[in-house]
Design a protein around this ligand. Structure first.
Ligand SMILES: Cc1cc2nc3c(=O)[nH]c(=O)nc-3n(C[C@H](O)[C@H](O)[C@H](O)COP(=O)(O)OP(=O)(O)OC[C@H]3O[C@@H](n4cnc5c(N)ncnc54)[C@H](O)[C@@H]3O)c2cc1C
Length: 539
């Protein structure tokens, strides 16, 4: 079998939707011949993986396995020039592109059937500058394929900290471009608030260096232009991954370390083993304490709705981290919770760690998972009795087939509220939110029937309790995603998208500009395009 046949097999069925994106697919006369593909592969510092290669099957799985799809080839880029060559190759042959850093996306936006996927997972160089003129504690530049654990270890070596994700395996790319919350966001803001500069390959294959002062473009003829138009940097600070270009490097602010990190973990059942329901009282107490929480505290509220070994049911837990000395008065703010009905608690304890890294290494990441999410950004006044009822009823919802419902509330507020609503591209609701609340409907067996529909059904019911949604942890079947993800920042984002990528070189589901290429369907709905339901090999 030659490469062309293999590629055709890999994307069998995809042609039905080809017209949607007007891209050239294997089997069509416009598709590059084998020698052209092989030449392209050998021009790279990295490598081109094709479906018949063993390494292809090693990397093709999405971390959220529900979204695994089959690109016609995967460029495992090693350098910015590899990314540039890949964009130019895709431009020349009108290929569909997809972009991946870690492949963790909960909406499947980092892969697409029939696409040429550019994987940045092997672009992992980093550099630290402690004498930065832009930020007193220094700055760090990371290529997009780095994972947060590696970055945390490197900054710890120079006695600094950085704002990144709680998960060790998530990468810089989609995380940062979507906003990026952190266990330390209440002290230092979102990832986009800490972003100083990016290097990006744009839709024309040009290399762009953008920060909040200037945008420098290295054109294909070698000339360089610099302008004071900083629109693209603004858009990249929350406008979403896979949309405006491929960011190869991110430069972030570093911060000085605190003299210790205290961890506070506290957990209660929802229904005690004597059948008393205490969940709403626990939620009331937790959320009332969030209203005046010192900004040194960050962390997570986690709810689970399954039976416990002691015949109680469900749990509501707080996992918090305090950035500062153990004897600080801000740390003892949580004593009130420690003393709240100790007889109900599974556990409630403090632990003292030396550094953020010591705390961070204790978190565990799933390697692969099968989850549909829905999210809302909870505002100060949203923690009402109706919300408590919704949370507890939802956790108790029987799921079709083999499903498991849980939620994680990431604590916001503190420093995340000190940036203006239009200073970055994230939804304005982020700036007044106390929590980004994400529910997850996960498969526990091999049968996902009905789970996606359940998540889509519950998503609008949760949304009424907040203002906006976090695009990185949201539902894949939203109709009003423009407003839900970006609110009053959407109009500017769409204009920037149309200026920087007029031909929609970069397309993804529920991404800025997707309305320009989504196609109306006969049932009145819209096709979600390359990452969506119209792709034949899986929803
Ligand atoms: C276990 C787990 C823990 C998480 N923890 C956190 C957390 O603590 N905080 C938080 O905010 N979020 C968290 N998330 C959500 C996370 O932000 C998203 O999953 C995000 O999409 C991951 O980005 P990625 O680049 O690693 O993933 P990918 O799937 O590779 O990419 C996601 C999107 O970004 C695009 N993209 C990736 N890299 C680039 C690039 N360099 N340039 C342009 N586009 C790019 C892709 O095309 C895709 O659209 C978590 C997710 C998981 C699964």
């Amino acid at each position: 079998m030659d490469i062309r046949t293999i590629l055709s097999v890999a994307v069998i069925g995809f042609h039905a939707t080809a017209a949607v994106y007007d891209r050239c697919l294997p089997g069509e006369s416009c598709f590059p011949d084998d020698p052209v593909i092989i030449n392209f592969g050998s021009s790279l510092d990295g490598k081109l993986l094709l479906p018949y290669m063993k390494e292809y099957s090693d990397v093709v799985l999405s971390r959220d396995m529900i979204w695994t799809k089959f690109p016609v080839g995967i460029v495992v880029a090693k350098t910015t020039q590899d990314v540039q060559k890949s964009v130019l190759f895709a431009l020349k042959y009108n290929l569909l592109l997809s972009v991946s850093s870690s492949g963790h996306d909960f909406l499947g936006r980092s892969t697409a059937h029939g696409s040429l996927q550019i994987s940045l997972a092997n672009m992992t160089d980093t550099s630290i500058n402690l004498t930065s003129t832009r930020n007193a504690a220094g700055e760090m530049t990371c290529e997009s394929g780095n994972t947060w654990l590696k970055v945390y270890e490197e900054v710890d070596k120079v006695d600094r900290v950085i704002v990144g994700g709680s998960a060790h395996t998530v990468s810089m790319g989609g995380y940062t471009l979507g906003g990026g919350h952190s266990p330390m966001s209440r002290t230092f803001g979102l990832a986009v608030d800490n972003l100083l500069e990016v290097e990006m390959v744009d839709a024309h294959g040009r290399i762009v260096i953008a920060n909040n002062q200037t945008t420098k473009i290295q054109h294909l003829d070698g000339s360089v232009t610099t302008s004071k138009d900083t629109d693209i940097f603004w858009a990249l600070r929350g406008g979403g991954g896979g949309t405006f270009g491929i960011v190869t490097k991110f430069t972030y602010k570093l911060h000085y370390p605190a003299t210790g990190v205290a961890v506070f973990a506290c957990s209660y059942p929802i229904v005690r083993n004597d059948k008393t329901e205490i969940g709403h009282l626990v939620l009331q107490k937790f959320t009332s304490m969030l209203q005046n929480l010192p900004s040194e505290w960050g962390g997570y509220l986690i709810g689970v709705g399954t039976p416990n070994e002691d015949f109680s049911w469900g749990s509501i837990s707080l996992f918090m981290n305090h950035y500062g000395p153990y004897n600080a008065s801000t740390r003892s703010y949580m004593d009130e919770l420690k003393n709240f009905h100790p007889e109900w608690q599974f556990y409630c304890q403090y632990k003292s760690e030396n550094s953020f890294l010591d705390y961070e290494v204790t978190t565990k990441d799933p390697t692969y998972f099968n989850s549909y999410l829905f999210n809302t950004l909870m505002q100060k006044d949203n923690f009402t009795n109706d919300w408590f009822r919704f949370i507890l009823t939802t956790l108790g919802t029987p799921l079709p087939q083999q499903g498991f419902l849980s939620f994680t509330g990431i604590l916001l507020g503190g420093k995340t509220s000190s940036t203006g609503v239009h200073d970055t591209a994230v939804h304005p609701g982020f700036r007044s939110a106390l929590m980004s609340l994400s529910f997850s409907v996960s498969m526990t067996g091999s049968n996902a029937t009905g789970l996606r529909e359940k998540a889509a059904e519950l998503s609008p019911q949760l949304a009424v309790f907040g203002d906006g949604q976090y695009p990185n942890e949201a539902n894949a079947d939203l109709t009003n995603w423009q407003n839900e993800f970006w609110g009053s920042n959407y109009h500017r984002l769409l204009n920037i998208k149309r200026k920087w990528d007029p031909n929609n070189m970069f397309t993804c589901r529920e991404c800025v500009g997707a309305e320009d290429w989504m196609t109306p369907q006969s049932d009145g709905s819209s096709s979600h395009g390359p990452n969506g339901p119209s792709s034949v090999l899986g929803k």
